[in-house]
Write a protein that binds this ligand. Structure first.
Ligand SMILES: [Mn+2]
Length: 432
């Protein structure tokens, strides 16, 4: 069975009786006049349909044992297609997506009202204000019809079902993530090997974007961060507008999207190809911590366990470096480490780079990792150039090392292990 059909079946099974689930595609977004932002399909909509056009709606209907899938898409329109590209149209969607009931999006309001008749609940993206208003209008019209037995009295969160499903990746999804990582590897290695002294950060960013597209990844998974020297101490630095100077490090957080699946890799490399002794001190401690945290990843362990250990390791690294003094447990209790390691150890990764999967169960308890989860492990230290409490030789150094990890049956697999991160390997690559 087609994977999307399989997923729809699983969702239908989890829906309550006499309910409807409504999922909207992303809409093309205008910059101004007739110029548009690059289109990116809504992740949940894609997960259940595999359909990549805008202005479409997928509806799952469950009434007793009867289950039905209905899709609304843009109809064929020669004139519009001349301007904005080919549309699949009703007939092709019926065939290609193996959905029996496909209609023009123009019939959405009318058909949706019928679909919601005699249903008890509607699932949709509850926290999207526009959708909430739209669904409210549809259901209000249904409610006005007094001849009906029921109208939907509960609005439920479709994302709760979908995001829990998205947490465990299938073999096919893992293969796409691996492909995205493989392309990202080529880009990071390319960046290590080329001359970087005195070029602009955005020029190095362009090398990444070139490599991504060159190898078939049409979009970035997020805006590439190329942060030279102290810019690395701004966590989401994306202006990439400064010149890379000899003697500095460059923190590069870059990943592409392949067939809708993300990769998310950070490497911190020297502009000149050689780490200074001070940079080596900081880098080796973070790398050791990262390896130890990755080694902990297995089913049953929680993000919070990983974060606790990361804080201990980085805190003790900061004591070694003379940035903090005292006992690790005291320093952590007082959050002294957070100034230099302010973020968490990692996040889920999948269709979204920060994949929208649950971290807690319905009782608010943290979910342990399980087989099929993909996550990042990304410890870092950020030592601002103006922070006089840091030994002078370390000021202005910002380092993060990030890999993408798959949780396996009895441990983990580092999917990005092939991307160089040992000091000697990065230096050797730079001299090629
Ligand atoms: Mn990340």
């Amino acid at each position: 069975m087609n994977i999307y059909k399989q997923r729809r079946k699983t969702v239908l099974k989890q829906m309550q009786n006499d309910s409807v689930l409504i999922l909207f595609s992303a809409m093309a977004k205008t910059v101004s006049n007739d110029t548009q932002y690059p289109f990116r399909q809504d992740s949940d909509f894609y997960y259940l349909s595999g359909f990549n056009e805008d202005n479409a709606v997928l509806v799952l209907i469950k009434s007793g044992e009867k289950k039905r899938v209905v899709m609304f898409v843009q109809p064929k329109d020669k004139m519009m297609e001349l301007w904005t590209g080919k549309r699949a149209g009703v007939k092709k969607v019926k065939n290609d997506l193996s959905i029996k009931h496909v209609f023009s999006i123009k019939k959405l309001d009318e058909k949706l009202q019928k679909i919601c008749q005699n249903k008890k609940a509607v699932y949709f993206d509850l926290f999207n204000k526009d959708k909430l208003i739209y669904i409210h209008l549809v259901v209000s019209k249904v409610k006005d019809n007094r001849s009906l037995k029921f109208y939907p009295r509960s609005f439920l969160d479709a994302k709760e079902i979908l995001h829990a499903l998205r947490r465990r990746k299938s073999a096919k999804e893992i293969a796409l993530i691996k492909k995205a990582i493989d392309i990202t590897k080529k880009a990071h290695h390319h960046a290590m090997s080329i001359k970087k002294k005195d070029i602009y950060e955005y020029e190095l960013q362009a090398e990444f974007e070139y490599m991504f597209k060159k190898h078939g990844a049409m979009q970035d998974a997020y805006t590439t961060i190329v942060a030279g020297g102290n810019n690395a101490n701004t966590l989401h630095y994306t202006s990439n507008k400064d010149v890379l100077k000899e003697g500095e490090l460059i923190l590069i957080d870059a990943g592409c999207q392949y067939d809708m699946y993300a990769s998310d890799i950070t490497r911190t490399i020297p502009v000149s190809g050689r780490f200074t002794p001070a940079q080596k001190d900081v880098y080796s401690l973070i790398l050791d911590a990262q390896k130890e945290i990755i080694a902990m990843v297995r089913p049953g362990i929680k993000f919070s366990d990983l974060q606790t250990r990361a804080r201990e390791l980085l805190c003790s690294a900061m004591i070694t470096l003379g940035i903090l003094s005292g006992r690790v447990d005291d320093l952590i209790r007082k959050d002294k480490d957070k100034q230099y390691y302010p973020h968490s150890i990692g996040h889920y990764m999948g269709i979204d780079v920060h994949d929208a999967c649950p971290y807690k169960d319905e009782n608010g308890e943290e979910l342990p990792l399980c087989e099929g989860v993909v996550l990042t492990i990304e410890p870092g230290l950020y030592l601002d150039v103006n922070d006089t409490s840091i030994p002078k030789k370390y000021r202005g150094i910002g380092i993060r090392i990030e890999d993408d990890i798959l949780v396996t049956k009895d441990g983990h697999q580092n999917l990005s292990i092939g991307i160089k991160k040992e000091i000697k390997d990065i230096e050797a690559y730079s001299l090629m």
